[in-house]
Design a binder for this molecule. Structure first.
Ligand code: ADP
Ligand code: MG
Length: 593
């Protein structure tokens, strides 16, 4: 066979390997989580691709993961019967960083270094395949892709800047399909090769892998074997009247090794919601989405009838690090399955509107074809119905957070995802009724705690018809505007819209519970207390003063008028009825710069 070829790692990989090898990371065991998740991904890929190309799984091997340990030599092998890798794929996948997860990790490491913090980043993010080097001096990957007739071996060592690839020549190592990873553990990490230790870790980390994972375990079987009679005992027995000549037996334990199923493979969404605990939902969330903290809320439901699907949805407790997903809908947050087969996590734009892209979860449909493509999803009536249901369930879930006893939960939610809901007001008219009750604003009567529109409406005066708002840079600048004077005097509450997107969102809603939103900085503010007679007199009295001011200011203002809206300030600049508010004007200016 041709000799092994040597390859250099891409610069980022070398950097990552340095970080890993030199980490004093105490939670090294996450390597197993990463390698099992790769094996599971490889099996998912095979199952998915063989729907359209049955040739790929022509080798009728079971889809499973097998982990064997050699504790005397400190060796772990992890074998999967998944999609495997061709020679080129070995170079592309294990020599370069193509995937965003690891890139994100590197960025976070840099940020946390800059900030002088050092938190558990490997455990939080996972560093994929390379985490094998947390515990190994040497890693050997022997892999057979169904697309190739040869099996290849990738070999890399910790602290090396290069790796090699060669053909597999040892007949003992040949596998029909898939990948076998052999980890040669570091001296101090050989303990991971104890079968009981591995079994415990698999149970802990792979509870939700939907393929069977077997570990190689020592077993004992109790057998009865015949033993020769003890002469002393026989003598004693002789003294008894009845002499029973009976062969004696002894129980012995015979030891042998065998594969043992180590995980439970029933996916959580197929279980009865009544039997799943919150802890289990949270664990599933963290394992599936590589999250570090528990979600704020979850929702597990089944729909039947017209369209049948099952889903578990989550609202995360934090928005993703260093990424604004309003502008990046490609979040891999929704994992789509068809009849238990994992299809893709690239479809979220079709299943959820952009503004809800922060929702994470799994969706398993019985009605979509297995070879479903993005085009099919976009056109499908089934998907439209699914989308509607998913969105409704999401609103229920968010409403649930807002009603939770723990008030802090909704504050956390609003801080992270309030912007998303406001974007929803602009983009999703159909759901205005569901969105509006979830909004929160500061107000003239509640400057420290945000209030809901329901709270506002409850607090309205008997004769008050509209919901008043004022857009400003901040609560303190809102508080200081003369527009407020009359309203404060009359004890009317005013919402402070201090986020740039607030005003557009409110204008899209137009009204809430049949009460219009009214901008108190606009020209024709009517507080329902007009005294027309008196106004007419005042207007006449001051008409020459107004003319004079208008003359002096010229083009700078459109009009100078007498108004009843102020109580202590002598004058105020207002926007025209159909013009932009001062805040909008500021926004537009900011956008054109
Ligand atoms: P990620 O899993 O996030 O893509 P990893 O570093 O864990 O990143 O793995 C890199 C790539 O190597 C995977 O995307 C996959 O293409 C390939 N790979 C890793 N392990 C296996 C495996 N057991 N079988 C097939 N391909 C694998
Ligand atoms: Mg991975």
């Amino acid at each position: 066979p041709p000799p092994a070829e040597k390859y250099e790692y891409q610069a980022e990989v070398s950097r990552l390997m340095d970080l890993i090898v030199n980490s004093l990371y105490s939670n090294k065991e996450v390597f197993l989580r990463e390698l099992i998740s790769n094996a599971s991904d490889a099996l998912d890929k095979l199952r998915y691709l063989s729907v359209t190309d049955p040739q790929l799984s022509k080798d009728a091997v079971d889809l499973d993961i097998r982990i064997q340990t050699d504790k005397d030599n400190g060796i772990i092998t992890i074998t999967d019967s998944g999609i495997g890798m061709t020679r080129q794929e070995l170079v592309d996948c294990l020599g370069t960083i193509a995937q965003s997860g690891t890139a994100k990790f590197l960025k976070a490491v840099k940020e946390s270094k800059d900030a002088g913090t050092d938190n558990n980043l490997i455990g939080q993010f996972g560093v994929g395949f390379y985490s094998a080097f947390l515990v190994s001096d040497k890693v050997v990957v022997s892999t057979k892709s169904p697309k190739s007739d040869k099996q290849y071996v990738w070999e890399g060592e910790a602290n090396a800047s290069s790796y090699t690839i060669r053909e597999e020549t040892n007949p003992e190592n040949l596998i029909p399909r898939g990948t076998r990873l052999t980890l040669y553990l570091k001296r101090d990490d050989k303990g991971f090769a104890h079968p009981e230790r591995i079994q415990k870790l698999v149970k802990n980390y792979s509870q939700f892998v939907s393929f069977p994972i077997y570990t190689w375990q020592e077993k004992g079987i109790t057998k009865e074997v015949e033993v020769d009679e003890d002469p002393a005992e026989a003598k004693e027995a002789d003294q008894d009247e009845k002499i029973e000549k009976k062969k004696k037996t002894k129980k012995v334990v015979e030891r042998y090794w065998d594969w043992e199923l180590t995980n439970e493979t029933q996916p959580i969404w197929l279980r009865n919601p009544k039997e799943v605990t919150t802890e289990e939902y949270n664990e599933f969330y963290k394992k599936t989405f590589n999250e570090y903290s528990d979600p704020l809320a979850s929702s597990h439901f089944t729909t039947e009838g017209e369209v049948e699907f099952r889903s578990v949805l989550y609202v995360p407790a934090a928005s993703p690090m260093g990424r604004d997903d309003i502008t990046n809908p490609k979040t891999k947050n929704i994992r789509l399955y068809v009849k238990r087969v994992f299809i893709s996590d690239d479809f979220d734009g079709e299943l959820f509107p952009r503004y809800l892209s922060f929702v994470k979860g799994v969706v398993d449909s019985n009605d979509l074809p297995l070879n479903v493509s993005r085009e099919i999803l976009q056109e499908s009536r089934i998907v439209r119905i699914m989308r509607k249901r998913l969105v409704r369930k999401t609103f229920d879930m968010i409403l649930g957070i807002s009603m939770s006893e723990n008030k802090g939960d909704y504050e956390t939610f609003w801080e992270n995802f309030g912007k998303h809901l406001k974007l929803g007001c602009i983009e999703d008219r159909e759901n205005h009724k569901r969105l509006a009750p979830l909004l929160r604003f500061f107000s003239s009567q509640s400057e420290d705690e945000m209030i809901s529109l329901d709270e506002y409406v409850e607090n309205m005066k008997a004769e008050q018809k509209d919901i008043y708002y004022l857009a400003a840079d901040s609560v303190s600048s809102a508080r200081n505007t003369p527009f407020l004077e009359r309203l404060l005097e009359k004890d009317l509450e005013v919402l402070y819209l201090v986020d740039p997107i607030d005003e557009v969102a409110i204008q899209s809603l137009k009204s809430y519970k049949e009460k219009n939103f009214v901008d108190i900085s606009k020209e024709d503010l009517d507080l329902g207390d007009k005294n027309e007679e008196k106004e007419k007199v005042t207007k006449e009295e001051f008409s020459r003063t107004c003319d004079w001011i208008k003359k002096r200011l010229g083009e700078k203002v459109a009009n100078v008028q007498i108004s009843n809206r102020l109580s202590s300030s002598p004058c105020v600049l207002v926007s025209g009825k159909f013009g932009w508010s001062a805040n909008m004007e500021r926004l537009m200016k900011a956008q054109t710069v």
